[in-house]
Write a protein that binds this ligand. Sequence first.
Ligand code: ATR
Length: 282
Amino acid sequence: MRDSRETISPRAFVAGYPIKHSRSPLIHGHWLAKYGLDGSYDKIAITPGEFPEFIANLKTEASPYRGGNITIPHKEAACLLADQVDPLAEELGAANTLWREGGRLHATNTDGIGFLANLDARQPGWDRAQRAVILGAGGASRAVLQALRDRGIAEIHVVNRTLERARELVDRFGAPLEAHGMNSLPSLLDGAGLFVNTTSLGMDGAEAPQLPFDRMMSDALVTDIVYVPLKTPFLLQAEQVGLSTVDGLGMLLHQAAPGFEKWFGRMPEVTEELRNLIIADI
Ligand code: ATR
C-alpha cells in the first residue's frame, strides 16, 4: 500500500494570536510557486486556550499539517508541548518551528539562525566585531544573544531599560555577556563593532532616542530587528555618521527557510525578488 501522505499535498501553517499581520504566508507562498511545489501554507488564529488541543491534533497522522511556524503568544507553550525540542529552542524556552517526523513532534527556534544568516548575507565579515552592544532583553533579544555567543563574539553587552531583565538573561546565557542599564549605553558604544536593537523603539513610527553612534569603530555595523519601517531611526542615525547598516527584514526571511525545508523538502533561497515582494507589503 502506498503511504497516503505521498498523494496528499503537504500543508504547513503559521499559528498565533493575533495573526492577521503575519507575512509568513507571503514568504512560503512565494517559495512554493517559485519551485513549482505542490503544497500550501495557512494562517491560523489560535487563542492560548485552544493551543494545547491544536498541538495534540498536530501530533497525530490525522492532522492535515506536517508542521508549521509558531508566533506570539505561543512560542513558549510550543516548546513545552512538543515531543522533541532541540538544544537551541530548549535554551531559549521558545520554539517557532514545528514538524512531525518519526511519529514525534519536533521543535526548534530559527530566529538566531535567521539573524546570523541575514548579517552573513548582507555584511560578510561583520563577525570580526570584538564588542557587541544589544539593546533589549525580551524574547527577540534572547535569540540574538544566543546567536552572537555561539558565533564566538568576544564581548557582548546587554543593555535594557529594566536592568533586572538584562541580568536574568546574562545569568541564563553565561559568559561573555554583561548586563547594563540604559545610562551606560553611550559609553558602551565606545569602540564597539556591532549594535543590535531588539526593542520596539522606532517601530511603526514610535520614537527612538538619539544614540552616539559616532563613538563606535569606523567599520562598525548597526542592525535592527525591527523592519517596519525598513530604515528605522537607529539605522538612519548610524548612516548619518557613516556607519554600515543592515535592516531586519532579512532575519524574517532567513528564519523561515529551515521550516520550509522540513515541510516541503527543499531549502529555499532568500532573494532580492522575495525581499521586494515583502517590501511592497510593508
Ligand atoms: P520581544 O519578545 O518582542 O522582544 P518583549 O519581551 O516585550 O518583546 O521585550 C521588549 C523589549 O523592548 C524589552 O527589552 C523592553 O524593555 P523592558 O524590559 O524594560 O520592558 C524594551 N522596550 C520596549 N519599549 C521600550 C522603551 N520605550 N524604552 C526602552 N526599552 C523599551
